[in-house]
Ligand binder design. Structure first.
Ligand SMILES: [Zn+2]
Length: 136
């Protein structure tokens, strides 16, 4: 084991110190007067902790870019008929017959939690039969 003969106590101590400083294996080898491979091999045998990449030695090749997948888009919110220029849902009480020229929705501000305005909520839930009369 000729290579181990170079590892005096002083060199091993120096290796550990320079290693902790984050010097490259080549630089440590230069300072200890030994080859880079000897430094790498000894560091491996000593189980020296891996270090962050040396700052002064940027890699020649950039690591491949990892393109982050954009997070899945949330589903679009349910379509709500909006009052023109207003806020909140509009009354969706139909006037006329669907498909005819005069057909439209009420469009007044809807009651909270209801699809219709207060007036049409009353018609829908109190006297729902009245809609059947119009369709008859
Ligand atoms: Zn209405």
């Amino acid at each position: 084991m000729a290579t181990d003969s170079i590892w005096t106590e002083a060199r091993i101590a120096e290796l550990g110190r320079l290693w902790q400083e984050g010097l490259s294996t080549a630089e440590i080898g230069r300072r200890l007067g030994i080859s880079k491979n000897a430094v790498v091999g000894k560091a491996h045998r000593l189980n020296l902790p891996s270090r962050p990449s040396p700052i002064r030695n940027p890699p020649l090749r950039m690591a491949p870019r990892i393109v982050q997948e954009p997070e899945a888009m949330p589903p679009p919110p349910p379509k709500v008929v909006q009052i023109a220029g207003g806020k909140g849902p509009a009354c969706q009480w139909p006037h006329g017959h669907p498909g005819t020229a005069g057909f439209h929705f009420c469009g007044k501000p809807a009651a909270p939690g209801k699809p219709y305005c207060a007036e049409h909520v009353a018609m829908a839930y109190v006297n729902s039969k009245s809609r059947d009369d119009a369709a008859a």
